[in-house]
Design a protein around this ligand. Structure first.
Ligand SMILES: [Zn+2]
Length: 215
């Protein structure tokens, strides 16, 4: 497009095509570099275009990296029980989704609170609180007051991927930047395999964001 005045990206949900428009003087290299910077936005659009994987009876979801089947058995206890690759939940059908959600979020909070405490001790830092939420494109964040917030979806990921995000946020308790000192601490806390875990998060991330989304 010769008359475009600035770089622009548009995602067409129906065709799944991502269109990059740029002023005609822009070099191909500069345009692609700019598009790469829009990765968060692109991921969001693509994720929205794909159907969610709601917590429904018979569905299979990843939990700590293992595929787990959701089973509704009215006579079973209402508190979900995990056994032999099945997450069994009782009570009325209307509350099924909610009970699975609570189970997954509670587990995310329990597991990651423990991991954060462990890494904080190794880093000689103090965590004032750990909470779980679902903050758009971010997997974790950390405040200067020692509060760590993590995506509950990380409990769906393989443990090594989850640990990477926890170690990353705990390292921020000491260094609020991505300096060389930060990276050295992050690597020390996590141990070997950090680059692989980071790459794996990029690979599994889009699916994790679809889990539990209704429709
Ligand atoms: Zn960071």
């Amino acid at each position: 497009m010769r008359n475009a005045r600035r770089l622009r990206l548009r995602f067409d949900e129906a065709s799944g095509i991502l269109k990059l428009t740029c002023p005609w003087r822009t070099s191909r290299k500069a345009a692609l570099a700019w598009a790469l910077d829009q990765r968060d936005w692109i991921e969001k659009q693509v994720a929205r275009a794909q159907p969610g994987e709601p917590f429904a009876p018979g569905a299979t979801i990843p939990l700590e990296g293992d595929e787990v089947r959701l089973v509704w058995d009215e006579a079973a206890p209402r508190t979900p029980a995990l056994k032999d690759g099945e997450l069994r939940v009782g009570g009325p059908r209307e509350g099924f989704t909610r009970r699975i959600e609570l189970f997954v979020k509670r587990r995310a909070l329990d597991v990651m609170s423990r991991e954060a405490a462990h890494y904080a001790e190794a880093a000689g830092a103090t965590v004032s609180s750990v909470s779980v939420g679902d903050a758009g494109t971010r997997w974790g964040s950390c405040s200067s007051h020692g509060r760590i917030r993590l995506s509950w979806r990380l409990i769906l990921a393989p443990p090594d991927v989850r640990r990477f995000v926890v170690a990353h946020e705990v390292a921020h308790l000491v260094h609020l930047d991505h300096s060389a000192k930060f990276k050295a601490l992050e690597a020390r806390l996590y141990g070997p395999g950090l680059a692989e875990a980071k790459a794996q998060l990029r690979a599994v991330g889009p699916r994790l964001k679809r889990i539990g989304r209704r429709g």
